[in-house]
Design a binder for this molecule. Structure first.
Ligand code: ITT
Length: 198
């Protein structure tokens, strides 16, 4: 089976390739030309709504069956923020790395303004596969539970990984090996669920 993952985020592509590659599924990213297409506007109020917008938008634009991933971090003490705004939470930074660093800084500053000692949080990943005629072929969601650490730790992964502490292993998501993150992450749960539907 071949799957086209329509994303501008190379980290997502790497993780999906690693998770599905071990199951014998070949995952490809957008071609050079397809990456220049206008990205669908993510204006839904849910991860699943945005995943559908991206899957349908890219499938229609490329003429190919596409899978899209919409994901982010939901922090309970912040009323669910940054949630669907995870990628653009701080709204500054020219590069993905700069945006990630600014997002993490703002999240810790926002949490420090609350009285919370320990905030439960989770990564959420919604996946959607759509055909070029706009038909949704499959949808799924996965979560990855932890608590927000006040001291970012770890260099693996991307985005908010250094902030999500996993009490059962005493490490943040960014301290997990790639294999360990991929074995339990929101993305791997969502991928397992969507595979069952194909
Ligand atoms: P596409 O929309 O092109 O797929 P994107 O990076 O803009 O790429 P999203 O809109 O889904 O993707 O935003 C996801 C944000 O949530 C991303 O910027 C990360 O900061 C964060 N995120 C998602 N999955 C994560 C993970 O596994 N570890 C850490 N942070 C993650």
């Amino acid at each position: 089976m071949n799957i086209l993952l329509a994303t501008s985020n190379p980290h997502k592509l790497e993780e999906v390739q690693a998770i599905l590659g071990s199951r014998g599924i070949c995952v490809v990213g957008l071609t050079e030309t397809e990456r220049l297409l206008d990205e669908p506007v993510e204006d839904a109020d849910s991860f699943s709504g945005n995943a559908k917008l991206k899957a349908v938008g890219y499938a229609e634009a490329t003429g190919k069956r596409c899978m899209a991933d919409d994901s982010g971090l939901v922090v309970d003490a912040l009323g669910g923020a940054p949630g669907v705004y995870s990628a653009r939470y701080a709204g500054v930074g020219d590069t993905r790395e700069e945006r990630d660093a600014a997002n993490n800084k703002l999240l810790l500053e926002s949490l420090a303004k609350t009285d919370t000692q320990e905030s439960t949080a989770r990564f959420v990943c919604s996946l959607c596969i759509a055909d070029p005629d706009g038909t949704v072929v499959a949808e799924s969601e996965g979560t990855f539970e932890g608590v927000i650490t006040t001291t970012p730790r770890g260099v693996n992964g991307f985005g908010y990984d250094p902030l999500l502490f996993l009490p059962d292993v005493g490490m943040t998501s960014a301290e997990l090996s790639t294999e360990d993150k991929n074995a339990r992450s929101h993305r791997s749960v969502a991928l397992r669920n969507i595979l069952k539907q194909l």
